[in-house]
Design a protein around this ligand. Structure first.
Ligand SMILES: C[S@@+](CC[C@H](N)C(=O)[O-])C[C@H]1O[C@@H](n2cnc3c(N)ncnc32)[C@H](O)[C@@H]1O
Length: 276
C-alpha cells in the first residue's frame, strides 16, 4: 500500500496497537461484536509487525466486548444529553467518535500522548466537532481549553491502570471540579490484576507497567467528592460479554467463581453535579 505509515511506540502508548488490532480482527470475524471497519482499515495502512501485540482471533473478543460495552454507555449518556461534551481520555486509535456518530451538538475531545495524537491526526478524517488533544491526561493544562458549558462525559477505556493512584484520583477530582454536571465512565483492574500483571502478555510485550488497582466503587466515592455511583460490574456481567464466542465466555464463567478473578477487570460509572 502506498501510504503505509511506520509506527514506533513503546510502553503504554504501544498497548493501543493491541486494542486496535483486536478490533480489526473482530471486524473480520463472522461473529463480529463491534464491526469496527475503521480499525480494520487503519491496521492495513500501518507498517507494523502485528504479531508483536500478542493478540489473536481467540483473545480479540476481550477487547471488542469492552469497546462495545462503552459504546452502549456513551450512547446512553448522549441520549440523555444530546448537547454534551465528551472527553475521550487515552483514546489511542479508537474510532468511537465515528462508530457512534454523535449529533452536531456534541463536542468530542480525543486525548492521548503527543505521539499517539499525531498518528490519529494522520489516520482519521477531520470532523468539525471532533478535536484531537495531544497531552498527558494527568496534565491539568489541557482542560482549560475545553468549554465547561454543557453536560460532560469523561471516558477512560483501558486507561486507569496505566496511571498511579495519586494521578488518577487527582484527574477525577479535577474534572468533577471543572465541569458542572456529567458522568465518569472507565474500566479498572483490581489490586490482584495489578499484582499479576506479568500474566498480561499485551502489557509485558509493550514494556508497559500497570500501577492503579481499584477493588470497588467505595474507593472512588470516598476519594472523589461529589460522585454518585450509577453502575459497577465485572466485565463478565456486561451484556456485551454475553455476545462473545463460546470459549472466552466459558473462561469468564469459570473465573467468576472467585471474587478476585471475577472483579479483576471491572466497569465503573458515576454521576456528578446537579441536574438542572
Ligand atoms: C490500552 S490502550 C487503550 C486505547 C483505547 N482507549 C482503546 O481502548 O483502544 C491505553 C491508552 O492510554 C494511553 N495513555 C496511558 N497513559 C496516558 C496518559 N497519562 N495520558 C494520555 N494517554 C495515556 C496510551 O497512550 C494508550 O493509547
Amino acid at each position: 500500500m502506498t501510504d503505509e505509515l511506520c509506527v514506533d511506540l513503546s510502553g503504554a502508548p504501544q498497548t493501543m496497537l493491541a486494542t486496535l488490532y483486536a478490533k480489526a480482527l473482530d471486524a473480520e470475524s463472522p461473529r463480529s461484536l463491534l464491526h469496527d471497519t475503521w480499525a480494520r482499515d487503519i491496521v492495513a495502512r500501518l507498517d507494523y509487525d502485528w504479531a508483536r501485540t500478542t493478540i489473536t482471533p481467540r483473545t480479540a473478543p476481550a477487547v471488542s466486548t469492552r469497546a462495545a460495552h462503552f459504546d452502549t454507555w456513551v450512547r446512553q449518556f448522549l441520549a440523555l444529553h444530546p448537547r454534551a461534551t465528551v472527553l475521550h481520555l487515552g483514546c489511542g486509535l479508537d474510532s468511537r467518535y465515528f462508530r457512534i456518530a454523535p449529533g452536531p451538538d456534541v463536542e468530542w475531545y480525543d486525548v492521548d500522548f503527543p505521539d499517539v495524537a499525531a498518528l490519529r491526526v494522520r489516520l482519521y478524517p477531520t470532523a468539525e466537532h471532533c478535536h484531537v488533544v495531544a497531552a498527558s491526561v494527568t496534565d491539568p493544562g489541557y482542560l482549560a481549553d475545553i468549554p465547561a458549558d454543557r453536560p460532560t462525559l469523561i471516558l477512560g477505556e483501558g486507561l486507569t491502570m496505566y496511571l498511579t493512584r495519586d494521578d488518577g484520583i487527582a484527574l477525577l477530582r479535577r474534572v468533577v471540579d471543572r465541569f458542572p454536571l456529567g458522568e465518569l465512565q472507565f474500566d479498572a483492574f483490581n489490586r490482584f490484576g495489578i499484582r499479576t500483571q506479568w500474566t498480561n502478555a499485551v502489557v509485558r510485550r509493550a514494556g508497559a507497567t500497570l500501577y492503579w488497582g481499584i477493588d470497588g466503587p467505595a474507593e472512588i466515592l470516598a476519594a472523589v467528592p461529589g460522585t454518585r455511583l450509577l453502575a459497577w460490574l465485572s466485565v463478565f456481567e456486561s451484556d456485551s460479554f454475553r455476545g462473545i464466542p463460546g470459549p472466552y465466555r466459558a473462561m469468564g464463567k469459570a473465573m467468576s467463581v472467585l471474587p478476585a478473578l471475577r472483579y479483576m477487570a471491572q466497569y465503573h460509572r458515576y454521576a456528578f453535579g446537579r441536574p438542572g
